[in-house]
Ligand binder design. Structure first.
Ligand SMILES: [Zn+2]
Length: 140
């Protein structure tokens, strides 16, 4: 299995696995993200304790890319500080824009690195970055 196949598998798995797709009992932040060009419409929920993202989830509808990207992001940011999460958002957005191509620098994105090849599919870029932009709005 080559790396691209593994990435594709990861995206399919996350788009089908809905463990992050739920409502939080008590959410400190709720932010809606909408991508009209595809119809992706998600609401991200965050529970903070002190400065740490204690829990996160999403609800909504969208294509496999947007759902997978949201789910992967949620797995990644749980237990992280707001600053760490923001750093991941910036790194992810830079990866999609091809501003960062260095694999070592991208390692902190863990599974989210699977979205790397989306940068070669301009029509899907907005699907991939939707959740990350939404998270950035919350943190700011
Ligand atoms: Zn989409």
């Amino acid at each position: 299995m080559d790396l691209n196949t593994i990435y594709t598998e990861l995206i399919i798995q996350h788009s089908q696995n809905s463990h992050n797709k739920r409502q939080l009992p008590i959410a400190d932040f709720k932010e809606r993200g909408h991508n009209p060009s595809c119809g992706d419409d998600i609401t991200l929920e965050i529970k903070l304790r002190d400065n740490i993202i204690e829990d996160a989830s999403y609800t909504g509808v969208g294509c496999a890319i947007s759902q997978a990207s949201t789910s992967i992001m949620i797995d990644l940011i749980k237990g992280k500080s707001k600053e760490e999460a923001l750093d991941m958002v910036e790194t992810f957005l830079a990866m999609i824009k091809k501003d960062i191509t260095d694999e070592e620098e991208l390692e902190k994105l863990e599974d989210a690195i699977a979205m790397k090849n989306i940068s070669n599919m301009p029509a899907r870029v907005k699907c991939a970055v939707l959740a990350w932009h939404t998270l950035k709005e919350i943190i700011k």
